[in-house]
Design a protein around this ligand. Structure first.
Ligand SMILES: Nc1ncnc2c1ncn2[C@@H]1O[C@H](COP(=O)(O)OP(=O)(O)OP(=O)(O)O)[C@@H](O)[C@H]1O
Ligand SMILES: [Mg+2]
Length: 223
């Protein structure tokens, strides 16, 4: 088992009321699976992905990842864990504004303490693969939305994570670019055994995976 969520609840307090963002989520995922999370806007998809990616905390329940009990880990240990194993494609890119495309791609490799020449070769390879060599010295604000999304996907993949979490990874791409990203995910999943969880509104993209989880109002309603 790669990860297991047990009875996860997450809430915020507003005007003396408890508003649930996640309600009693149970989910087990084996290594090598490719899952799609679907559901209407506001149903908790990004919240769930952030919890799985350890970027967000929860209020009740247990989360086990590999041999670790995430709910019991100190912040520092938790961040080392996700930096080592997880690549995250954000719904709104989260590129670092004052770093160039090149520097944004290099960031996950710095976390992994790889040597300069190795980093250079890996960044070069990604720039090539995503057709953005000509953009390497530009800042995110100088790119189109689709180009920023491609950089976001490249950054998530560059350090060869065990688990890829992708929040609407093709939302701002044209249909051909979107299809290429889906094919790349499928290849990483089938050939390299990378585990993938993607959030998508598209039935077509969901069909690249092997399992669909549906959320409604913070609850899992189908698996
Ligand atoms: N910090 C917060 N405080 C209050 N409400 C929040 C907070 N974070 C998220 N929410 C609410 O939780 C619900 C789920 O949000 P989430 O971003 O997970 O939805 P989503 O399924 O990803 O939607 P979309 O498809 O639009 O991206 C929304 O109603 C949102 O307003
Ligand atoms: Mg979302």
């Amino acid at each position: 088992m790669l990860l297991q969520l047990k009875n996860i609840f997450k809430w915020v307090n507003s005007g003396g009321q408890r508003i649930f963002l996640l309600k009693d989520i149970n989910l087990s995922m084996a290594e090598g699976e490719f899952i799609s999370i679907m559901g209407p806007s506001g149903s908790g998809k990004s919240t769930l992905l952030n919890v799985i990616g350890m970027l967000d905390t929860f209020d009740e329940g247990e989360y086990h990842f590999l041999n670790e009990s995430v709910h019991a880990l100190k912040e520092k240990h938790r961040s080392n864990l996700y930096k080592e194993y997880i690549g995250f494609v954000f719904q709104s890119y989260h590129l670092l504004d004052d770093l160039t495309v090149y520097e944004n791609l290099e960031m996950p490799l710095l976390y992994k303490k790889l040597k300069g020449p190795v980093r250079k070769a890996m960044v070069g390879d990604m720039l090539d693969r995503f057709g953005i060599v000509g953009k390497k010295d530009l800042f995110p604000a100088q790119l189109s939305g689709g180009q920023q999304q491609l950089v976001g996907v490249a950054r998530a993949l560059i350090a060869k994570p065990k688990l890829i979490l992708a929040d609407e990874p093709t939302g701002n791409l044209n249909s051909q670019q979107g299809e290429e990203i889906m094919k790349l995910f499928k290849k990483l999943n089938e050939e390299d055994g990378v585990t993938i969880i993607q959030v998508t509104h598209s039935e077509k993209n969901a069909a690249y995976g092997s399992r669909i989880i549906s959320l409604l109002d913070g609850r899992k309603i189908a698996d």
